[in-house]
Design a protein around this ligand. Structure first.
Ligand code: UTP
Length: 463
């Protein structure tokens, strides 16, 4: 259907909202490009755009909002076996859906294409997507069920992500159990609040952040699909953590037992100055305290028992009750708060009547998933072992890089080897990888592992 674009109205809106430079661009591009740009502009909610810009301006001029931070209650081991069994029941009866957010731009890692395609495993160089798919297959085998896997992409990486799965035959999963959903994009602005022209001569936009996943679930129909399939709990995780324990029964059990709407796994900070978000209370409500928001005294602050007061780092692994997302998104135009960041943006600008490539400092607006915690009545923050469950790939080198993630994987698998008690001496510097299809945890490893007559590096244990 060819929908007529109300050109006059759009032009007036551009003028009204101080975006006259776009009118100038329209004069120097071809008729087809004009049409595409006008259509793009017609989809902008200018009132919201202005509100986001004004709230950015307030952060520059107004004194920072006074916030009172407090530590959150953290659930820590030991857990009763009934919690684990409760989680297993949920898995067996198909009440848990798996939700991976993979729409980010991965600028810090700096490789082309979706981050999930990054070859991360230490021996076979399996991609993050493959490792997750193998874990899901292993869970299906264990719980004799079939999981629905929802993967959030962005406009930019959607085709590449789907293509990667297709080329790899969905890593042994069935194509109809995986659903790709595309998150929304938000126009970026320059520091003066002006729209930016992308190299494709469209409005420059950025994905709306991992917090955009909440409305993407609704808008894509995934939420309704979950309802029809009887999925009650959504296991949310992020693409950069190869150690993520997908649909961990203990976490599910604890979350359900506490009637939580949204829960979080936390790991202990490596040291007080680690630059991570902390799960804690902000003005009495649960949330994620940004590292930069804490004073040096708060960062170093200790409890009576000598432990750090703000030590529970956010692992970005959540369980979210489906009905909670339904409630949140039941009002039109639901959004979490927007956070803005200044980034270099490749664009086109006008010089002497011509459009030329340029780079401007632009504001990208994003929502963060952890802000949904503030809407909960009940929530569990469960502490888990960083060594076993958290090693994100964020940067090209140094901390949180492919190298540290590979080390973490090797350390975990060699620990399983040691704990199996079946090997008297582990060769120094052993490089080792265990497919999730071989073992999902230390107990399964111990049961399966048949020691070879000699162990040589690299060691791969697969299906
Ligand atoms: P990050 O905050 O690490 O962002 O995302 P990023 O875009 O991947 O990397 P940088 O900051 O550009 O280097 C954490 C998780 O949230 C997802 C990412 O794919 C990753 O799984 N994410 C982030 C989205 O799905 N959409 C977004 O808009 C942003």
């Amino acid at each position: 259907m060819n929908v007529e674009i109300p050109e006059k109205e759009i032009r007036e809106k551009l003028s009204l909202f101080g975006q006259d430079h776009i009118l100038k661009y329209l004069e120097i591009i071809s008729p087809d490009e004009q049409k595409a740009l006008l259509k793009d502009v017609s989809e902008i909610d200018f009132e919201q755009l202005l509100a986001r810009y004004q709230s950015y301006l307030r952060t520059l001029t107004a004194p920072p909002e006074k916030k009172v931070f407090d530590a959150a209650d953290i659930l820590a081991p030991p857990f009763s076996t009934s919690v684990y069994s409760r989680g297993e029941d949920y898995l067996r009866r198909g009440s848990v859906g798996i939700f991976l957010v993979a729409g980010g731009q991965g600028t810090r890692l700096g490789v082309k294409g979706p981050k999930g395609c990054y070859p991360v495993s230490p021996v076979r160089q399996k991609s993050l997507f493959q490792l997750f798919a193998e874990s899901i297959r292993a869970l299906q085998r264990r719980y004799e069920t079939r999981f629905s896997w929802y993967i959030m992409t962005s406009r930019e990486n959607h085709e590449d992500t789907c293509g990667f799965f297709r080329r790899n035959n969905f890593f042994g999963l069935s194509s109809d159990q995986i659903r790709f959903i595309v998150q929304r994009e938000i126009p970026s602005l320059d520091r003066d609040g002006k729209l930016i022209l992308s190299p494709e001569k469209l409005v420059f936009k950025n994905p709306d952040g991992h917090g955009g996943s909440i409305r993407a679930l609704r808008e894509s129909g995934a939420l309704e699909d979950m309802r029809q399939k009887g999925i009650e709990e959504i296991f949310y995780f992020q693409v950069d953590n190869p150690l993520a324990k997908i649909a961990d029964p203990l976490f599910i059990g604890a979350h359900v037992e506490h009637h939580a709407e949204m829960s979080t796994k936390v790991v202990k900070k490596t040291d007080p100055s680690e630059k991570v978000g902390i799960i804690g209370k902000i003005n009495g409500r649960l949330g994620c305290i940004e590292y930069s928001e804490l004073t040096p005294e708060e960062i170093q602050g200790r409890k009576a028992d000598g432990t750090l007061r703000f030590s529970s780092a956010n692992s970005a692994i959540h369980l979210i009750r489906r009905s909670f997302v339904e409630t949140l998104t039941s009002t039109n135009n639901f959004s979490l708060p927007y956070h803005s960041a200044l980034k270099d943006i490749e664009c086109l600008t006008e010089k002497e009547g011509l459009l030329v490539p340029d780079i401007v400092k632009g504001l990208k607006f994003e929502m963060f998933i952890f802000d949904a915690l503030g809407f909960t009545k009940n929530s569990v923050a469960m502490e888990v072992s960083r060594e076993e469950e958290f090693s994100p790939v964020k940067n090209r080198a140094g901390v949180d890089s492919p190298e540290t993630a590979q080390h973490a994987m090797i350390n975990l698998y060699t620990r399983w080897l040691k704990e199996s008690g079946k090997i008297s001496q582990i060769p120094a510097g052993l490089i080792m990888e265990v497919s999730p299809l071989y073992a999902l945890d230390a107990a399964e490893f111990r049961e399966k592992f048949n020691p070879p007559s000699s162990l040589s590096s690299p060691l791969y244990l697969g299906p």
